[in-house]
Design a protein. Structure first.
Length: 276
């Protein structure tokens, strides 16, 4: 399937480390992803031929990793650099309706920017949520399951509510906490369809540790913006793209084909290809 005209920016800085995995997955879907360092978008300290603009792309994704070493807190330095340089460009991009996404550290970045849970205007703002240290107090890395909430994310509109995906987790700061009175903001997000995924147990029941690896409020594993074109999730679909990446692939017939990450990223790319 060729989608060579679908240009996707995978924005990185020092410490981003899941960009190549995501690039390989998107290339298999026929798109044209490019790993773009923030300096290229700032158009400084790089050759003229290496300079880029967000408007050159149809989708922008922030991959996982440990940007700036997660100093201060996860995603905070990357977000501060974006605000100071390309913040207005990112606002314009989101207001156009094109997809902006963040995976793991990318989710943390979008939260720090105030894009998630976000405002209907699509503008950056004061953070209204945070992804803090896991309840376990340490890094959690294992296969985990999430369920689609049937919300306001257009790429999954045709996916049955409750559909489960196996996406590996790998984070130390993934516990979602929301501003305001406990439970109040979560109910508002649920009503608005802004809960993208929830952590669930392998049988689909309500998750508890370790199936909720961080203790996030309401078992929330991902959010979307009010408009639905910005999303963030803590687990890694790019690490479940190929069948050979599955934890049980040696106990099945071969390792050919694709995993649950393929289903999710294919839906996102398909939507962006028609609406970018």
């Amino acid at each position: 399937m060729s989608r060579k005209d679908l240009r996707i920016a995978l924005v990185s800085i020092e410490g981003t480390n899941c960009d190549h995995e995501l690039r390989v997955a998107l290339e298999h879907l026929g798109a044209s992803p490019e790993i773009v360092h923030l300096k290229q978008l700032e158009r400084r300290e790089v050759e003229a031929s290496e300079r880029r603009m967000l408007s050159d792309f149809q989708m922008v994704l922030f991959p996982g990793g440990f940007s700036a070493g997660d100093y201060v807190r996860a995603g905070a330095i990357f977000a501060a650099r974006i605000r100071a340089s390309i913040g207005s460009d990112l606002e314009t991009f989101m207001q156009s309706g094109r997809i902006v996404g963040g995976i793991c550290n990318g989710f943390q970045i979008l939260t720090e920017l105030g894009i998630l849970p976000g405002r209907a205007s699509g503008k950056l703002g004061t953070p209204e949520a945070a992804l803090i240290t896991n309840d376990s107090g340490h890094y959690e890395c294992r296969p985990t399951f999430v369920a689609w909430e049937g919300g306001a994310f257009p790429p999954l509109r045709e996916t049955p509510r409750g559909e489960r995906f196996l996406f590996p987790s790998g984070h130390g700061e993934g516990k979602l906490v929301l501003a305001g009175r406990p439970g109040e903001r979560l109910r508002a997000l649920e009503e608005a369809g802004q809960v993208l995924f929830r952590w669930v147990a392998p049988d689909g029941r309500t998750a508890s540790y370790p199936w909720n690896p961080n203790g996030s409020e309401g078992n929330v594993a991902g959010l979307v913006s009010p408009r639905g074109n910005a999303f963030g999730l803590m687990p890694h679909p790019e690490r479940a793209f190929f069948r050979a990446q599955a934890p049980d692939w040696t106990r099945s017939e071969g390792a050919e084909g694709f995993g649950d990450g393929y289903r999710f990223l294919e839906a996102v790319v398909e939507y962006a290809d028609h609406h970018g």
